[in-house]
Ligand binder design. Sequence first.
Ligand SMILES: N[C@@H](CCC(=O)N[C@@H](CS)C(=O)NCC(=O)O)C(=O)O
Length: 203
Amino acid sequence: MKLWCSDTSPYARKVRVLVRELGLTDRVTEQPVATTPIAPNADLAKVSPLVRVPTLETDEGEALYDSRVICEYLESLDGVTPLTPANGAARWRDLRDAALAEGILDTAVGLRYETGLKEARFQDPNWIAARRQRILHALDAMESSAPDAEAGPSQGTIAWAAALGYLDLRFPDMSWREGRPKLAAWYERFSQRPSLVETEPPK
Ligand SMILES: N[C@@H](CCC(=O)N[C@@H](CS)C(=O)NCC(=O)O)C(=O)O
């Protein structure tokens, strides 16, 4: 399988972490690529109509996206022991947690494009402030339900770590740890997993 990814994409990082946690590194080759909304990568465009990373080309030649679909696919492969709870309340809670982190990412990545790719005169400070507020609000929800220190990897916990790592990379001024001691303690421990260390984005 071929995983189109980038070393700074938090969505791709979710998949790259899961690949490692599931023991699939021998079956997945990473294909780094640079793509942005205003400079879509031509090679990726040939296999992925939205031209976004991550995209997974399966051994059958199918292109899968987005990161959630790819995570579900990887956990469904023969010979793989899924990490995300299979059913019941634990599953819905975990997938809800993944959606919360992805909401943070959608907001933060959108902000990054807004401020990084648009000329200053086209940026709306009120909109930017509201988006930052949304991220802080979501972080408060994470603090209220921070996982046990011993919680293992799953789609939910991996998405949380990818989102927090992305805030450290792109929005250090948000100081997300301030006032969120449980979340900070959980992340401190979880981010030491080899899968997270190996996929840490370059500063
Ligand atoms: N919902 C998608 C989001 C993927 C996404 O937005 N990836 C970014 C990189 S972080 C990208 O490829 N951006 C290029 C673009 O939007 O044209 C997922 O979960 O995979």
